[in-house]
Design a protein around this ligand. Sequence first.
Ligand code: GDP
Length: 445
Amino acid sequence: MVLADLGRRINNAVGNVTKSNVVDADVISNMLKEICNALLESDVNIKLVAQLREKIRKQIDAEDKPGINKKKLIQKVVFDELVKLVDCNEAELFKPKKKQTNVIMMVGLQGAGKTTTCTKLAVYYQRRGFKVGMVCGDTFRAGAFDQLKQNATKAKIPYYGSYTETDPVKVTFDGVEEFRKEKFEIIIVDTSGRHRQEEDLFEEMVQIGKAIKPNQTIMVLDASIGQSAESQSKAFKESSDFGAIIITKMDSNSKGGGALSAIAATNTPVAFIATGEHIQNFEKFSGRGFISKLLGIGDIEGLMEHVQSMNLDQGDTIKNFKEGKFTLQDFQTQLNNIMKMGPLSKLAQMLPGGMGQLMGQVGEEEASKRLKRMIYIMDSMTKQELASDGRLFIDQPSRMVRVARGSGTSVTEVELVLLQQKMMARMALQSKNMMSGAGGPGGMA
Ligand code: GDP
């Protein structure tokens, strides 16, 4: 089952609780059964699923007090426990420091997407003002250096490698030293792809580690390999003791649950996820953001992080969001930013309320057209309307007609914009409440 289906099934399971008249033990058991089946079919490890079921059950019992809205409580507990499943020790994640050398060593199976990911990571840090270089330590695979060179050149990242040197320990050591001398702040070292059985290759990885002394070792894990993700990451953990994971190919029609199991099994934080072959298909991972997107709630915080990294105008959105507000003006700013960033269908998934799924289904061109029409609608609003939470349109439906006419769209489309903005405003408020511990997520179903 692909991740989108997993999200839909979990949503439906929780939705059935919301729809039922009485929330008794049977209803909760049915919901848990459906959630667990969906996770198992997505290749999440059976032990983890069993643990999750017990945790959800216990947490519902523990928090169920007289007067509490049980349906909301169940939504919140399911959401929180799913987040905990993928969110481990984010605080422990390595944060490179400016004006010093940070060496990052990438490990992982051949074909996992290591070389591609090295470049994405390099660009990520370069955009944040670091001086970044890449070293090719894969002397095992013919063409590996050419591939890294090609990627690095395209992304304008300095690189180091050798066509003649066959000792990966020497190449990586020399490369790191050269960049270190030139005061590079981040040096990303690509190593050769390894197979679990090939012990001598694992030994080589240990030797490279000893030689270059990385500040951070990252394992690159292919989301599409299913159940074996767990055993593979455990094997890597034994020899390289990586401190972070990057999951690649989250875009593929894969189950993805195996990768989720691997995160939990190695108890290692996921630093980033890759969602395609292109440089921009790379995002910082957050458990909350990931589960929110999985369940179609959207990931406004992720979107804002992305916008910040591109140095685009944020207007008052961050300030407003922190205050639990999200005005039409904020919506307009974010849509304009999305148009500049692309690819649209992926970014739109960061918006809540099923908009992402809708955009994902219609393809780039249609998604772009629809977003543009939404922007035209907001362009036709007055300053006062934009600064509002949209409620004034309810008192003045004639304004909706005017805005539709002014933007060359329909009243239904104007209503859709208002609905989207309302959902985001609700998310902003929930996010603020959650930060202050006053409530949980809503709108899951
Ligand atoms: P390496 O052997 O681990 O260095 O893997 P490569 O970087 O050569 O990638 C193997 C293949 O996976 C290439 O065709 C990449 O374009 C592709 N790839 C890498 N990351 C992603 C991703 O996030 N999504 C998809 N769909 N393909 C990816």
